[in-house]
Every structure is written in structure tokens, then in C-alpha cells.
Design a protein around this ligand. Sequence first.
Ligand code: E4P
Length: 238
Amino acid sequence: MKLFVDSANLHDIEEALKRGFASGITTNPSILSKEQRRDFRVHIGEIISLLRQYEAIIPLSVELFTTDADEMIRQADDFVQTFGDYEQLAIKVPIGWNELRVIRHLRSRDIKVNCTCCMSYNQAMMAANAGANYVSLFWGRIRDIGYDAAAIVRQVHQTFTERHCRSEIIVGSIRQMIDVPEAIQAGADIVTVPPKFFEQMCSHPKTDEAVAQFIRDFSDWNSASQATEAILAQASLS
Ligand code: E4P
């Protein structure tokens, strides 16, 4: 079970890298559009610099931003030329009939592919069979239209396991903290999580209560023993 950071925000990525739990980064065009407007290549370049700075050579997914398959191939080649010296680059290609051509093109050059926007079992199978390294299933968006995201992830996981499929399942589109354990238990290899949930994921009111009690008890005991020492020291002087 691995956690990826679903963000292009440099501060949030750095906070995750400082804490060592991040096994990858996923971006998409909408996620990038939340950042300061500039050449996206510069921005991705800065994410890569951060990853190198923290010696975290982990998968970084960058998504194509066109729907035309020929243009996708051109864009993908441009990504590879621009960011290809980052060995863990994964090009994110949405699932689709023409998009399978793009996946094949990239895989034949041994470039990692994250096949994204999968909402169904069949889409996940097509992506895996085309050779995608990662198959991204969109938990929140699947549930938005009343389908059972956990059942779909479970079925895909079962088939991938039984058939020794190499593709890893990424579950994205996380909307609430409870989605994370549910997705992992359904069989996600990776859950990509918006940074706003990470701090919450390692917090618990009973943890705060326990830590506060330990500090208080120790501090009371420590100050009482210091007071006793002071009295004894005073007595030995007189
Ligand atoms: C991850 O790879 C996806 O791009 C992302 O999780 C999509 O999330 P959304 O449904 O909130 O846009």
C-alpha cells in the first residue's frame, strides 16, 4: 500500500517529502491550473528539482492536455524530451480508443504510462492490456454517478492478481479521509491523496489527549522531585 501526493503545489509536495511518506506524485491539468500561471514546463521542472533535493526519485505523473491522438503523441514526445532525464516520469494518458495508440507508442519506447480517468472494470482491463504501468480509477467520480467504487476496485484488483498483471492500481479522486482506508481495503496498490488530508490522517483526539496526559504527569512528577531536591539541599546547608 503506497500513498502518492495528488498535487502540483511546491509547498505541499515539499512538506510531504520532508516527512518521508510520499511514494509518488500525481498531477493533472486541473491540478496544475491551481498553481501560479507560468510555463508548465518550468513548474514541473521545479517539482523534479524538489524530488532530487530530497533524494526522492519517486514516480511523477504528468498528464497530456489534448484530446487529439496525434497531438497527444507529439505532446508525449515533448514531455519525454523535456523531463525524460527524470527516470521516474510517468505520462498520464486518459483511457480511450485512440488513446490506446498513445499508450502503445510510449510503452514501445519503455516510457512509463499512467492510464487515467478509468471509471469501469473494462476500461481498467483495456489500459492494463495496452501495457499501462499504472491504471488510475477515480473513486469519487465513480461514486458521483451512483456506482460502487469499492466493488470496481475490488474486481480489478482480483483480476490483476489472479492473472499476474503487472499494472498497479492507483485510486484517485479522493474526497474524504474515509476514502483512503476503503480504497486500500478494496485492493488499491496506491492511493493518491490531496495534501489537505495528510495532517488529518496522522491525527486523533485520543492521541492528543494521551500525549497531553503524559507530558502533564511527567512535568508534575519532575517538578515535585526538583522541589524535594531543593528542600534536601537546603537542609544539608543548615
Ligand atoms: C489523480 O490522478 C487524479 O487526477 C485526481 O485524483 C482526480 O481527482 P478529482 O476527481 O478530484 O478531479
